[in-house]
Design a protein around this ligand. Structure first.
Ligand code: GLV
Ligand code: MN
Ligand code: MN
Length: 423
């Protein structure tokens, strides 16, 4: 397979490192992808902003003398090789650089910056790793542009059919294949990549915590235990497009009114199951005009629960309620699954090793999805969470204090050092 692009490294031992702190790196990219209308950052995959961040990562890695490459699924890799140059059993760490619309600064980039700084810390300690260390950046983790979260890691692991991935469309109708081509990739080569997976011995993703777990524990850092099962569904309600002024209220088949009923039903169905979360965060009326009764409405549903059977039950209840809400308005409703990920428990052996390396870190689960969750099916995988003092994420209010960010990178360096020394 020839679709791996190599980028020449600046040379081992290159010490022209611009920033040796996580907060310094985060400041480096603080102006990239700012969203003046929504607030926060909009860095959708293969947009100018995300492409700039991908280039920034490759440059930072090369400044550190790492050997960079882009694999056939658009995942960026930066290698700290052993003298043998054998890329086997690598300790891999990284995250993503794309964001939700109007997202926070830390979701993704904190893990990437911390990975770069962990390399600096280990270099300063004079570590000469017995196993390769690799940094990885996964594209379209959020699924904000093409709908399917963790698209890069799903392609890598074979969890999505590459044809389905290539044909996913963004809201403007651009296919993932075309967007990837514009970003310099060859989509013909996308898909399951056992060769790359065989290089990985373990994957550790450091991430900003996206809830209140660490605030409540009054701790700066946790080791991840599990990720809630979650999925996304598209609900399409069809009615009768018509004129807002001439159509009497009793003559309407208005899918927006049905959608309002569906959104209430989503909340009510989730409330019937302890621990369930169900959200409609995106709704698109067609054609979408102030003086137009919509002919159709698309709603996107996100459902999560620790028990996959409960997730299925919540979605089934929502389905029944949505059909009824649509029928009450003389509309029809179709529900289609876009992605589904089961609850993931991270590798117990790796988790207990992290517990030994970071004895004061509590264990925490998360309701947020991550590439680590997809990779956990094929590679021993673990996560570290860094305190977010607002407890808010997928919002400009997401935050990490500088001190916690540096502490997170140090913890990541401990973990990488501990794992590369392992037989
Ligand atoms: C990604 O952050 C998700 O949990 O949807
Ligand atoms: Mn993330
Ligand atoms: Mn996210």
């Amino acid at each position: 397979m020839t679709a791996v692009k190599r980028t020449t490294a600046a040379g081992a031992g290159s010490s022209s490192v611009a920033n040796t702190s996580v907060s310094g790196l985060m400041r480096n990219i603080a102006d990239t992808g700012r969203d003046p209308s929504r607030g926060g950052y909009t860095r959708s995959v293969f947009s100018t902003a995300e492409n700039d961040l991908r280039t920034w990562f490759l440059e930072q890695a090369q400044r550190r003398g790492l050997d960079t490459e882009t694999d056939r699924n658009g995942i960026l890799w930066a290698w700290w090789d052993t003298p043998s140059g054998d890329r086997k059993d690598a300790v891999v760490t990284g995250s993503h650089l794309d964001s939700v619309p109007g997202g926070g600064a830390f979701d993704g980039p904190l893990g990437v910056s911390s990975a770069l700084i962990a390399v600096d810390i280990l270099r300063e300690r004079g570590l000469s790793p017995a196993k390769p260390v690799a940094l990885a950046v996964f594209p379209e983790e959020e699924g904000s542009r093409f709908g399917v979260a963790c698209l890069g890691s799903r392609l890598l692991t074979g969890a999505i059919d590459p044809d389905k991935a290539r044909n996913l469309r963004d809201p403007d109708g651009t296919t993932f294949a075309d967007a990837a081509t514009a970003a310099g990739l060859d989509p013909r080569y996308m898909g399951h990549d056992p060769e790359t997976l065989n290089r990985m011995g373990a994957f550790i993703e450091l991430h900003v915590e996206q809830g209140r777990g660490l605030i409540d524990l009054n701790e700066p850092l946790a080791v991840g235990s599990s990720i809630l099962g979650h999925g996304r569904w598209r609900l399409t309600v069809r009615g009768q497009g018509n004129h807002a002024g001439t159509t009497l209220m009793e003559d309407r088949h208005d899918p927006m009114v049905a959608a309002a009923g569906i959104i209430r039903a989503v909340r009510d169905c989730a409330l019937r199951y302890v621990g369930a979360r169900a959200t409609v965060g995106r709704i698109v009326p067609v054609p979408g005009g102030t003086n137009v009764i919509a002919s159709a409405v698309d709603l996107w549903l996100d459902v999560r629960h620790a028990d996959d059977a409960v997730t299925a039950a919540v979605v089934e209840n929502i389905h029944v309620a949505a059909v009824a809400a649509a029928a009450a308005e003389g509309c029809t409703m179709l529900l289609a699954e876009e992605s589904l990920s089961p609850t993931v428990h991270f590798d117990p052996g790796l988790r207990s090793r992290l517990g030994e390396l970071l004895p004061s870190a509590p264990i925490l689960d998360t309701g947020a999805g991550h590439d680590a969750g997809v990779l956990a099916g094929v590679v021993p995988t673990a996560m570290l969470f860094v305190r977010n003092p607002t407890g808010v994420s997928h919002s400009p209010e997401e935050h990490v204090e500088d001190g916690d960010a540096e502490l997170g990178a140090k913890a990541l360096a401990e973990v990488v050092e501990g794992l590369v020394g392992m037989p």
